[in-house]
Design a protein around this ligand. Structure first.
Ligand code: NAP
Length: 297
């Protein structure tokens, strides 16, 4: 009989965690025993709890979806952002080393400063320009420092029918207002969390984690690129909202944090390594809107 792989998914009530929970029902995953936990059951910052939990359940693989993701609030809540995104990741990495478990961790396009003119590769220099990006980079570094066998997948602009995100905000504003202003000078790629979850499941199905050494970084987003303005326009159009989207510049929309002007990620490495076919961002947006309708009924 094939060996059972015990997979601990942290932060399971978030967007990505919820999508993984849904996909974990795939019969192809029957060799996995998934343990889904969020902060109410397992706080990744609590070293003793994490170590005990992992030992008790004999965890082979940790998929860390737990994070402090409030990009703007992080500017005034630096301590909490670093506690979860850096120290908590370090606790998980340390515990994985102790249990000889593999760690699959999610990071962000916001580790880059946005000055590039072409999609960022995994080897490009990081230079976060906000607290959230700094804390996420510190998490990546913690994994490298602890010497965990692992994988970091950087993603971007996540949205899903679960949780709060830009798509849901625009749908709500589209109902309430006749016009919204959205920045048109920040370029990136919206990513449906269901697609990322699908890629993670595919990686789990293909990989013998016991044989993998070192810690590698990969980039995964949907295909294509757009601005927040183009993203908002597509949301209004595809959802049939009668709301005009007006393009504005970042300087016209002052916020507490700086965001990279360009954060498109090059996905060649993950596509080649795992033979992934990645959907275009607008096709996935269409699917998410259908999914949202179904969830609401
Ligand atoms: N959202 C994006 O646009 C985006 C973009 C790029 C990268 N990412 C990365 O992608 C990953 C998944 O993001 P997401 O959008 O799915 O995040 P999310 O929806 O904010 O979910 C994160 C989950 O982690 C939980 N959590 C917070 N602190 C915790 C702790 N100390 N211990 C255990 N769980 C804790 C949260 O609980 P509470 O809600 O109760 O705090 C929440 O359920 C994250 O690593 C994120 O940094 C996200």
């Amino acid at each position: 009989m094939a060996e059972i792989l015990t997979v601990l998914v942290t932060g399971c009530k978030g967007q990505l965690g919820s999508e993984l929970r849904r996909l974990a029902k795939d019969p192809r995953c029957s060799f996995c025993r998934f343990l889904f936990v969020d902060v109410d059951i397992l706080d990744i910052c609590n070293r003793a709890d994490v170590q005990n939990y992992m030992k008790l359940h004999k965890v082979d693989l940790v998929v860390n979806c737990a994070a402090y993701t409030a990009v703007e609030k992080a500017e005034s809540n630096r301590e909490l952002a670093f506690a979860v995104n850096a120290d908590g990741v370090g606790v998980l990495a340390e515990s994985c080393v102790e249990c000889d478990a593999f760690m699959l961790h999610i990071s962000t396009d916001y580790v880059f400063d946005g000055t590039a003119l072409e999609p960022y590769k995994e080897t490009d220099t990081v230079n976060p320009i906000g607290v959230y990006g700094l804390s996420k980079r510190a998490g990546e570094q913690a994994m490298l420092d602890k010497g965990v066998r692992g994988m970091v997948i950087r993603t971007a602009w996540l949205y899903s029918a679960f949780g709060n995100n830009f798509v849901k905000t625009m749908l709500k504003l589209g109902q309430e207002r006749q016009e919204v202003m959205v920045v048109a000078d920040q370029h990136g790629t919206p990513t449906w969390a269901a697609d990322l979850a699908g890629a993670i499941i595919e990686i789990i199905l293909q990989t013998d984690f016991s044989k993998r050494q070192g810690c590698e970084i990969y980039h995964y987003t949907n295909e294509g690129e757009c601005t927040w303005f183009e993203f908002a326009s597509a949301i209004m159009q595809l959802s049939g909202r009668n709301c005009k989207v007006q393009p504005i510049s970042t300087s016209e929309y002052p916020t507490s944090c700086r965001r990279p002007a360009y954060s498109v990620l090059d996905k060649s490495k993950i596509k080649q390594a795992f033979g992934l076919r990645i959907p275009e961002w607008d096709d996935s947006l269409r699917k998410m809107l259908e999914d949202l309708k179904q969830q609401e009924h």
